[in-house]
Ligand binder design. Structure first.
Ligand SMILES: [Zn+2]
Length: 147
């Protein structure tokens, strides 16, 4: 079992991360409602700011989070139980981070990506399905308990 250890700092190379343009309220995500598969519409709520709500609201309460500055969708929409799993996986990840004082968050994501056999840029809990969350939680728990 290879141990998680801090890595020396590396030269940070600026990637070609494209800047996404801001979306107007009313923009639609086609067939993305996590609950019913209908379109999601970008809306503004006084308490939560920008978010995506199902076109069929109030008949469907499917929602998805949006980046507050651009209105772009945050990760991949998921049903409520997957969202809960993502939160659990994130919690496990935070436990890992707090147990590895010398480890940078970026490196921890890279370590996890390596364990999950996925690309580091795909290693975000907002992109995970239920199975991936379960796997990530199991891997992290094992690592934390082996210290
Ligand atoms: Zn819906």
């Amino acid at each position: 079992m290879d141990k998680l250890r801090p890595r020396p700092p590396r030269q940070f190379v600026k990637g070609s991360k494209s800047i996404k343009k801001a979306l107007p309220i009313g923009s639609r995500l086609r067939r993305q409602c996590p609950e019913c598969g209908n379109d999601l519409v970008l809306r503004m709520s006084k308490s939560y700011g920008l978010f995506y709500g199902c076109l069929r609201y109030p008949n469907c309460s499917g929602t998805h989070s949006a980046h507050q500055n651009t209105g772009q969708p945050m990760g991949i929409p998921a049903k409520t139980f997957v969202k809960k799993k993502r939160m659990l996986a994130h919690k496990a990840f935070d436990t890992l981070l707090s147990s590895k004082k010398n480890m940078l968050k970026k490196d921890a994501y890279e370590w996890l990506a390596n364990k999950l056999d996925i690309k580091p840029e795909k290693c975000h809990f907002a992109l995970f399905d239920e199975q991936m969350c379960d796997l990530a939680i199991a891997i992290i728990k094992q690592e934390v308990s082996f210290q």
